[in-house]
Design a protein around this ligand. Structure first.
Ligand code: R5P
Length: 274
């Protein structure tokens, strides 16, 4: 791996721990003004100091994130479907690589829909994106997205999708946590981060998800709704950081959450962000 590629990746996956807490705020590209992300700047700004990277579209980046930020951006470059459309899987590359470079993206992200009618087009887009990524030293995050008609979030399906993404050349992969997740990790030769998915019933459920994913070999999370749909988003991300970077147990994370709830701007325990 060349210097530029390694340098960009290490801006996201922090060298002191080899782990990452990415904040996903790209939902609007197919969900519109999702609950608690109606005004992106309001949601994102308080969480910026606690995020190792922000995953967003160019629209949100240009309108809602201060360009003076030092937080690396993982720029979503694929889109083309919506929650009210026929299918979620009909995506293409909608942001050019040139624009990603202009926006100083630390990485670019694209969804693949393995096992759907749009498998071929999304895998081909991934290949093209990786070719450009290699040309310019910008890492590619493949998102093993699951369309609404494809509810199989099991290790066999996710393992297949992650491995295919890695074989095509993705530098890191985002997927979902599932039973036997260690099998997904084992079969994927590049780092994996997990999405949180729809908001879980309790904070504890989200801590468990993050904890189990890390214990099974994920290098971090790319989490959205379980953080910013919480009543206490800053406390949530603080506790998730404790799990991802400092090896906190679910119980310790819950304690960190309760502590952080009492403070307006919680101080991070040990791990430096940048
Ligand atoms: C998927 O590609 C979405 O755009 C989100 O980035 C992803 O689902 C992560 O967010 P959440 O933790 O809310 O599922």
């Amino acid at each position: 791996m060349d210097w530029g590629m390694k340098n960009r990746l290490s801006r996201i996956i922090k060298p002191p721990t080899g782990h990452a807490v990415m904040l996903a705020v790209d939902h609007g590209y197919f969900m519109g003004p999702t609950h608690k992300l109606e005004e992106p700047r309001k949601t994102i700004e308080p969480l910026l100091p606690y995020s190792d990277a922000i995953m967003c579209t160019r629209g949100v980046l240009r309108t809602s994130i201060d360009p003076k930020t030092s937080v690396p951006i993982v720029l979503r470059v694929s889109a083309g479907a919506s929650v009210i459309g026929e299918t979620l899987t009909n995506e293409a590359t909608t942001t050019s690589f040139r624009d990603a470079i202009r926006l100083n993206a630390a990485a670019v992200a694209l969804s693949i829909f393995v096992g759907t009618q749009h498998e071929h087009q999304t895998l081909k887009s991934l290949g093209q994106l990786v070719n450009l990524g290699e040309d310019y030293g910008i890492p590619v995050l493949a998102v093993t997205a699951v369309g609404k008609e494809l509810e199989k979030r099991d290790a066999r399906y996710l393992g297949l999708a992650c491995r295919i993404a890695a074989e095509i050349g993705a530098h890191f992969v985002k997927t979902y946590y599932c039973e036997d997740f260690e099998k997904v990790v084992k079969g994927c030769p590049v780092p994996l981060v997990v999405a949180g998915g729809p908001k879980l019933e309790t904070e504890l459920d989200a801590f468990e998800l993050a904890h189990n994913a890390i214990a099974d070999g994920a290098i971090g999370v790319d989490m959205g709704r379980n953080i910013w749909q919480s009543e206490h988003p800053v406390a949530m991300i603080t506790a998730i950081r404790e799990i991802v970077h400092n090896g906190a147990s679910v119980r310790e994370a819950q304690q960190a959450f309760e502590e952080a709830k009492k403070t307006k701007t919680p101080v991070l325990a040990k791990t430096p962000i940048r």
